[in-house]
Design a protein around this ligand. Structure first.
Ligand code: SAH
Length: 217
């Protein structure tokens, strides 16, 4: 891993200024993105691009989300310290690390064994106390439910409704919903039967797929 340095801190300051210009106003989100090095989470060969506002390829044909997308989803989530947050789609671990830096208790599920193992190791190296699970995110994580917040970081063809049963009353779930491209969807759980749904622009995520994938790529 390449240590953090004033050079990288400067690149992050430019990135957060850019995010501010694009309409990100949540100071806690911007502060977390200034604090947590993104270059820890991208493949070694792509470190030069870590502070560009773009998604980058990671193992298993997946991607680390674009910084703007991480900022947008984290803002929509209205994170408060000590909230219990479930993430579906661990991937590189960057989104989890941002939520952890914001003071949340983070539980994250990944279906690719290789990504699950590599990212779990990275969290341990970085001393980030984040709970990881190899599993199918469609099933959620009943053992630790209910959650204050749920964030889905892969594109679901249709809303994964089962996850809403693991959300607290008054809780928020953010999920990209759609086939080829998705709409960023925010669901507030009013009570067990009533939900308030709003959409927040188009986005593009790798697909949410069922079943654990054991092969390495
Ligand atoms: N939050 C990640 C985004 C990674 S891309 C980051 O910041 O890097 C989305 C991830 O969702 C991929 O790693 C993919 O394997 C995973 N994924 C897709 N469907 C899933 C499912 N049903 N359960 C768990 N993870 C899933």
């Amino acid at each position: 891993m390449i240590a953090d340095s004033p050079l990288y801190q400067g690149m992050r300051a430019k990135l957060t200024a850019h995010l501010r210009e694009k309409g990100i106003f949540d100071e806690n989100v911007l502060q977390a993105m200034q604090t947590m090095p993104r270059h820890y989470f991208v493949p070694f060969s792509l470190i030069a691009y870590a502070y560009e506002d773009q998604a980058l390829p990671i193992a298993c044909q997946q991607t680390i989300s674009q910084p703007y997308t991480v900022a947008h989803q984290s803002t929509l989530l209205s994170v408060k310290p000590n909230m219990k947050i479930l993430e579906i789609g661990t991937g590189s671990g960057y989104q989890s690390a941002i939520l952890k830096t914001m003071g949340a208790m983070v539980y994250t599920i990944e279906r690719h064994r290789q990504l699950y193992e590599e990212t779990k190791q990275l969290f341990s190296t970085l001393k980030l106390n984040i709970a990881t699970k190899l599993g199918d995110g469609y099933a959620g994580w009943a053992e630790f439910a209910p959650f204050d917040r749920i964030i889905v970081t892969c594109g679901a063809a249709t809303l994964p409704e089962k996850l809403l049963t693991q959300l607290k009353t008054g809780g928020i779930m953010i999920c990209p919903v759609g086939e080829k491209t998705q709409e960023m969807t925010k669901i507030i759980k009013i009570d067990d039967k009533n939900f308030e749904t709003t959409t927040h622009g188009d986005c593009y995520f790798v697909p949410m797929l069922s079943k654990i994938e054991h092969q390495s790529h």
